[in-house]
Design a protein around this ligand. Structure first.
Ligand code: HEM
Length: 369
């Protein structure tokens, strides 16, 4: 324990406290009978049920006379099961009075999805804090050489930052849609929260297009370096050398872990984009075919929420390793130049290829201070 500095202990203690506070608050919130008992929350309007002798059938009418031969209970059962009426307005969906699956959809979103999401987010933060406590910052074992190699060209960094900044804005504004009512609403009050939520929703709608552009850019620029190769299995078997000091499995430009992140971002990003477009332009696409239009919207919001939560959890780990977790890593996306020793330790095959292709050119030496 002597090797563990006070500051590291603080980080873990704070993270564990945050997790407990978050978990408790959230558990209390979702224990709210309105959410937990959502299955039974669709009821006929108060005035529609038989309210006693005075408001009962009069003048020879039978219960539910307004709906033909059905009794009130039969009528509401039919409504609850999704009976469709005819309407003369253009939106034929208005003929459906109650779509009961909407209740299950709401209960799933506010229940398991929201709960697993918060556990995943807090769990990842705690896991990273524990990893930091045990492993510390991953250092360049041979020390910085002072010479650098170009790792990412300007265009690559532009694509990455377009994707990263837009993703972070989308993540914050998106998380607010799911969790804001539990955490911010009690803090800001109804009108304060409404302003933040409406602004966030507006931002979310427009920033989505920057995210899609960033996604296309990294796909085009990096796809060829992200197909599996012979180094990947060894990299995975050795845990990327993350857990043991001095272990550095060979890798080309991207290692197996980075490839997993890349494909997760590409496929997840595609899923988010398609479901997001379906939500931006509701009822315009017949997908998945065979579902009711309103079910298609429920499908889109549900998958949008699941994919985004998984991505945010994984991206938290990526941001950790690209900043405080690994010495010298941020430079790759900051200046585009990485230290030669960093390159040799983390991407040995790529480093060799890069210095060969540089030919006789000298790498950029950083003068000693
Ligand atoms: C503050 C936020 C972020 C930081 C500091 C950061 C940092 C980095 C760094 C340093 C690299 C290069 C690693 C290397 O040289 O091997 C990188 C690569 C990459 N980043 Fe980020 N990143 C951030 C946010 C994001 C976000 C939000 C996404 C996606 C939604 C993302 C996706 C990627 C991908 C796909 C790569 C290439 C594969 C990889 O190196 O893992 N990044 N990032």
């Amino acid at each position: 324990m002597t090797a563990i500095s006070r500051s590291k202990k603080w980080v873990v203690q704070l993270a564990v406290l945050a997790l407990i506070a978050l978990g408790t608050t959230f558990a209390l919130e979702i224990a709210d009978p309105q959410t937990a008992d959502a299955q039974s929350s669709v009821r006929p309007p108060a005035g529609a049920v038989n309210q006693g002798a005075d408001s009962g059938p009069q003048g020879g009418e039978v219960p539910g006379a307004s709906s033909g031969n059905l009794s009130d209970s039969e009528m509401w059962r039919a409504v609850r099961k999704g009976i469709r009426g005819t309407v003369s307005i253009p939106d034929k969906n208005a003929g459906l009075m109650v779509q009961s699956e909407g209740d299950a959809w709401r209960a799933t979103k506010n229940g398991p999805i929201a709960t697993w999401g918060v556990l995943g987010l807090a769990g990842m933060v705690v896991l990273l804090a524990i990893f930091y406590l045990i492993r510390g910052k991953i250092r360049v074992d041979h020390g910085m050489s002072g010479r650098t190699i170009t790792r990412f060209a300007d265009m690559e960094r532009m694509g990455h930052w377009l994707l990263a900044v837009s993703f972070i804005i989308l993540a914050i504004t998106g998380l607010n849609i799911t969790y804001g009512k539990y955490f911010l609403l009690p803090l800001l009050g109804k009108s304060g929260f409404a302003t933040i939520a409406a602004g966030g929703k507006w931002l979310h709608n427009y920033v989505a297009f920057a995210f899609m552009a960033g996604l296309v850019m990294i796909l085009v620029m990096w796809i060829k370096e992200n197909f599996p190769n012979k180094y990947d299995l060894e990299w995975l078997a050795k845990g990327g050398g993350m857990f043991v000091k001095g272990v550095h499995p060979p890798s080309k430009k991207f290692n197996a872990g980075q490839k997993i992140l890349f494909w997760l971002v590409i496929w997840g990003g595609l899923g988010l984009s398609l479901t997001g477009i379906a939500l931006l332009f509701p009822f315009q696409f017949d997908f998945p075919a065979g579902m009711e239009p309103i079910q298609q919207m429920q499908f889109a919001t549900t998958w949008h929420a699941i994919i985004s939560l998984v991505m945010v959890v994984v991206v938290i780990a990526h941001i950790y390793i690209g900043t405080v977790g690994m010495e010298g890593a941020y430079d790759a996306m900051g200046t585009g130049e990485v230290d030669e020793n960093w390159a040799k330790e983390h991407h040995s095959v790529w480093a060799k290829e890069a210095s060969k292709s540089r030919g006789g050119r000298k790498s950029k030496a950083v003068p000693a201070e």
